[in-house]
Design a binder for this molecule. Sequence first.
Ligand SMILES: Nc1ncnc2c1ncn2[C@@H]1O[C@H](COP(=O)(O)OP(=O)(O)OP(=O)(O)O)[C@@H](O)[C@H]1O
Ligand SMILES: O=C(O)c1ccc[n+]([C@@H]2O[C@H](COP(=O)([O-])O)[C@@H](O)[C@H]2O)c1
Length: 206
Amino acid sequence: MIGILGGTFDPIHHAHLRTALEVAEHFGITDMRLIPGNVPPHRPQPLATPAQRFAMLQAAIAAEPRLHADDRELRRAGQSYSFDTLQTFRAESGDECPLLFTLGFDAFQHFQRWHRWDEILTLTHLVVVQRPAYSLPPNAWYEPYLSTNPDDLRTTPAGRIYLLPVTALDISATQVRGLLKQGKNPRYLLPDSVLDYIQRHQLYCE
Ligand SMILES: Nc1ncnc2c1ncn2[C@@H]1O[C@H](COP(=O)(O)OP(=O)(O)OP(=O)(O)O)[C@@H](O)[C@H]1O
Ligand SMILES: O=C(O)c1ccc[n+]([C@@H]2O[C@H](COP(=O)([O-])O)[C@@H](O)[C@H]2O)c1
């Protein structure tokens, strides 16, 4: 079983980290991959470089053995489509390995616009986590896929959608970047190790 949390991580913050850990604990995942996108689709492009975002991710998870920084999207040119990423996991891990791709309500709202979205559930399960100020999409296209039994996801490779309430933390990377730009301190919204990196490299200050 492999857990996946993809993101822009510009920069990684405590809501990403709590989400990754709570998903791992809920399902008993010991290999939870955090995967920064190289060219994230459908959004403004990151301010920090891929190498900087990866270094901040590594600094953030250094003390937690279940979380792993995975640079496969950074090594791939072009748009970082999740379908392509999930295909690489299938090629590596075989057809039977359960994959649990995690995303927040905000990302899930636009899921039907993703590249090859209607094939993604043949490759992975989706774990959809609550995010403050966001809700589920109004059209309930996903209802036939819903499961409330974690064993459904642990014992099958793909095809289920599981809604998981996680600790509500109203933190965004946009807020962190905004504070830094205003000369304010975002301490406690993100790990000190990440803030130290930001300050040493003078990121997000202009
Ligand atoms: N506060 C949060 N609560 C729950 N999920 C979150 C939260 N912040 C981000 N996520 C989820 O983490 C994943 C990666 O998010 P991303 O890196 O875009 O962070 P962000 O804070 O939304 O960034 P930005 O403000 O730059 O858009 C997405 O699936 C997103 O839904
Ligand atoms: O594959 C797509 O078309 C696609 C479109 C938008 C977002 N995603 C993925 O959703 C995850 C969260 O994205 P973001 O933009 O909120 O950082 C990340 O893994 C992205 O690669 C994927």
